[in-house]
Design a protein around this ligand. Sequence first.
Ligand code: NAD
Length: 289
Amino acid sequence: QRAPVYGKVALIGLGLIASSLFWAMKRANLVGTVTGYARSQETRDTAREIGLCDEVCDSAAAACEGADLIVLCVPIGAMESVAQEIAPYLKKGATVTDVGSVKRAVIDAVGPHIPEGVHFIPGHPLAGTEHSGPRSGFAELFDNRWCLLVPVENSDAAAIAQLRALWEGVGSNVEEMDAEHHDLVLAVTSHAPHLIAYTMVGVADDLRRVTDSEVIKYSAAGFRDFTRIAASDPTMWRDVFLNNKEATLEILGRFTEELFALQRAIRTGDGDHLFDYFTHTRAIRRGII
Ligand code: NAD
């Protein structure tokens, strides 16, 4: 049997991503012990009840004591306070990583709290569902999905390789990317689509002529597929937009330009424009499995 990639891992925040990581690490026998901490008593009770983590601690500090790897799995807005809280308890040579959906803001918030001798290697698994909380995780979440590592200046090569081995062990393909590029790519592939999905539900709600029951009854068409992600956690998504302002605004600017062009084509009856646009974008979409 192979040696574990890490001896002791601490998961801070016990929602969808942390619970999936826990089950995936256990499935592949990748780590020794896993401790966990979540802010709410209710989440900690649930975690104990379902066997999520080998030990659920009542403080982040206790969970991090002696850990070789600490994974911050809290909403982006909570990253800094958690980093501050655990900093005095991190052992030398340990690695701190996170799974936040935005990277520049997390690096700026967490980085300054990481003590000398502790590695900080931000990360982001490109995997998720619209569900949240400790019961929503499953071991297969990361299978064949990307995990982007966003090393900071002077990140230690051996520490990066070890973290890469963990993510590969849970089924992901790992790539390194810089923070700004990450935030722009994710703005177009994830952040703007979530905002637009939330908006579409808001539009249906606002249109009083279409009653709620009609939205539900007839939603088998585009609405249901298109708005699935609008069932996602509001805290997480509020924090994404507050922390990826620049890139999201850039993508939304481009989105509204394209939308206005289509709106004009519809108003003027420019079928060629619509046809060419849909032909071009369909070809791109069909290339995505
Ligand atoms: P979740 O809502 O399922 O879980 C968040 C957990 O953090 C909960 O257990 C909550 O109790 C805990 N928490 C909140 N504030 C805390 C604090 N101050 N201290 C300790 N615990 C606290 O969320 P999730 O989907 O697992 O997301 C966690 C992180 O992963 C976020 O940063 C998010 O951006 C990122 N992420 C999410 C997805 C996704 O699709 N859901 C995908 C990739 C990355």
